[in-house]
Design a binder for this molecule. Sequence first.
Ligand code: ASP
Length: 400
Amino acid sequence: MITRVIRFLGTAQAIFLGIVTGVLLGWLMGPISACLRPLGDIFISLLKLIIVPLIFSSIVVGVHRTGSMARLGKIGGRTLLYYLITTGLAMLLGLILVNLIRPGVGVHLSHEAAPPASHAGSFQGFLGRLIPQNIFQAFAEMNILPIIVFAVMFGIALLTANRSAKPLVDLMRSTEEVFLVFTRGVMAYAPIGVIGLIAPLVGTFGFDIFLSFDKFILVVLGGLLIHACVVLPLVMKLFSNRSVTAYARSLQKPFLTAFATASSSATLPISMEAARENGISDETASFVLPLGATINMDGTALYEAVVAVFIAQAVDMPLTLGQQGIVFITAMLASIGAAGIPSAGLLTLLLVLEAVGLPAVGLGILFAIDRPLDMCRTTVNVWGDQVGCAVVEGKNNHGK
Ligand code: ASP
């Protein structure tokens, strides 16, 4: 039945229908809609199942496909520069809006109801954990950043090794290919999966809580919208020949998946599939997307910068320009360190608050309203990665 709906409507439309059905069911069923949650859990588990082998194999293959250290340096440099500039622009935009609109003034934030305890740790600890001591442990615990570091090193080793490494390269290529095929299968379940994600969300949420944070939500959503619809398209226009609208339209599947799952990592398989359909070269897609899903998070960085200043306004501890500079740098690092999973940005936010000496107040309430905002910032994160593909390919490519 579901495959017939997909064949009739197309996957993106079927997922959209799933989201609308989820909203309606959540609204009609109220808290009982929580019984639909297992449908969503199955979808997330299926996506998670694909992430580690796909990220690992595609980064290894991506590094190897560059063909030489010089070319790897060129593509790697271009990619990192793109990540840094666009993340920086997102945070700048967030800081301007939050300083202009001042949503925190007059808001009372309390210490109670802290977020579920899971501390983000210090920066030293974060850097120390980048190099995995045991790669199998990193795989088993799904520690994506160390896996990426190892994949890049492994890819470089294959690139510089002699011909005897060829079977391993072939194995990595087939692994990437097979997991992309796997993704197509999982997507057949997506319309049902999103019902299970959205319905309990709508059914168990009270909307009043959003009203008392209306200005804050306006700043966050306004910033995300401007970044997605103005800043990123401008960057893309400057560095690519592709039509921004046609490109964005072809990305409905990853956008809807990012929105429904609030996870860049879970969306990665669908993002890679879409990039291929868009004629992005394998060399670029298998390098820019898996890396971007973890370290390029424009939406998360914008959000963290806004929240830090918002809390400062609420507790009446205005931040100087210098302190906002520290927010800028730490929010950039915190967004790099955030895993591509729901609410990760809110956990690494603690590092930003710590850096400027702000109390961690209001995090309980921010957690309570986080999911809808997370769905939007994750969609922007995924769009940022896709624009990255177009930019890294440059003006020579004439795909969509
Ligand atoms: N959920 C976001 C992502 O996966 C991260 C965050 O901002 O919490 O991209």
